[in-house]
Design a protein around this ligand. Structure first.
Ligand SMILES: O=C(O)[C@H](O)[C@H](O)COP(=O)(O)O
Ligand SMILES: [Mg+2]
Length: 299
């Protein structure tokens, strides 16, 4: 695993690939805080004619909402470049499961999931509608439920767990899907519980594992991107901050991988003998693409 620290190493790295797939949280930004020189680094790649894709496990926003975020943060992005675990989950229900029209999905998560399901013509309920303090007294089963989908939910509650449990307990025929299983969420200058941590209480209560987890490292999104854009994996690089999602995702797909140290992974963890997931390369930050090549803004 080589650390990129010089202009020559960076130029040789960038010139070796045509396509760059970016994780978002922990690579480009933390919340709405764009890391230094990210805009300039992204512009450098686009100026060199590189194909850019964004592949996020964050299911709280739809692709449209992510496009708005990119615009607000002044980072060039196009809708067909954006892939999220909410999108992957909706596509899985539509194209793989062939989810029946007379069934609906109960969501524990945020608007990204309901909006992507709606875009695929799949009926859903719950999500942000169930936010706030609610009584569990009136929770009953609903025979129309065909699946429960869980993702990062910053407004999680016992009420939501009870509803999801009710729809899945003693109903093995109903699908239990996670948009992603990230253990932590890099935000507010620290780490908070992630989507995987949010799902654990329900998994424990049900004594049942999810039927599918659609985000990275699952290959669903990568297969969709490679096929849709006829990308050559050997000329493609996945850039991420989490080893068990981003880097594993790229390694499994035969891509080169670059780990950045601005998110959840620390250099000592990355380099430790106990770490089973190795990246091809690593770098302190994606913004170093600009600072090393001399196209960074002055501090
Ligand atoms: O808990 C989560 O959902 C993840 O921490 C978060 O969404 C990761 O997003 P990504 O780093 O894949 O953009
Ligand atoms: Mg990340």
């Amino acid at each position: 695993m080589q650390k990129i620290t010089t202009a020559d190493q960076l130029n040789s790295f960038v010139d070796s690939y045509d396509n760059f797939l970016f994780d978002c949280d922990g690579v480009l930004w933390e919340g709405s805080n764009v890391f230094p020189n990210v805009r300039e680094a992204m512009q450098l790649l686009r100026t060199k004619g590189k194909r850019i894709f964004f592949v996020t496990n964050n299911s709280t926003k739809s692709r449209e909402a992510y496009l708005d975020k990119f615009k607000k943060l002044d980072i060039e992005a196009h809708l067909d470049e954006i892939f999220s675990s909410a999108f992957a989950t909706a596509a899985y229900l539509k194209n793989v499961v062939k989810f029946p029209a007379d069934k609906k999905v109960y969501i524990v998560g945020m608007s990204g999931i309901s909006e992507e399901l709606k875009a695929e013509g799949i009926r859903s309920f719950g999500g942000v509608e169930d936010d706030g303090a609610r009584s569990i007294d009136d929770i009953t089963d609903d025979p129309e439920v065909g699946a429960v989908v869980m993702g990062l939910d910053v407004n999680i509650s016992y009420y939501k767990y009870c509803k999801a449990f009710t729809f899945l307990h003693n109903h093995p025929e109903r699908l239990f899907l996670l948009t992603n299983a990230d253990s932590t969420f890099p935000t507010h200058g620290t780490l908070f519980p992630g989507a995987g941590a949010i799902a654990s209480p329900l998994i424990t209560a049900l004594e049942r594992k999810p039927d599918a987890i659609l985000g990275k490292p699952a290959q669903n999104m990568l297969e969709a991107i490679l096929a849709e854009y006829s990308l050559d994996p050997s000329k493609s690089c996945m850039i991420g901050d989490r080893l068990d999602t981003d880097i594993d995702f790229g390694n499994r797909g035969g891509l080169t991988t670059l780990c950045v140290l601005t998110g959840v992974t620390r250099e000592d963890k990355l380099l430790s003998d106990s770490n089973p997931i190795k990246a091809t390369f690593y770098i302190d930050s994606f913004g170093d693409f600009a600072s090393l090549s001399g196209s960074a803004l002055p501090n």
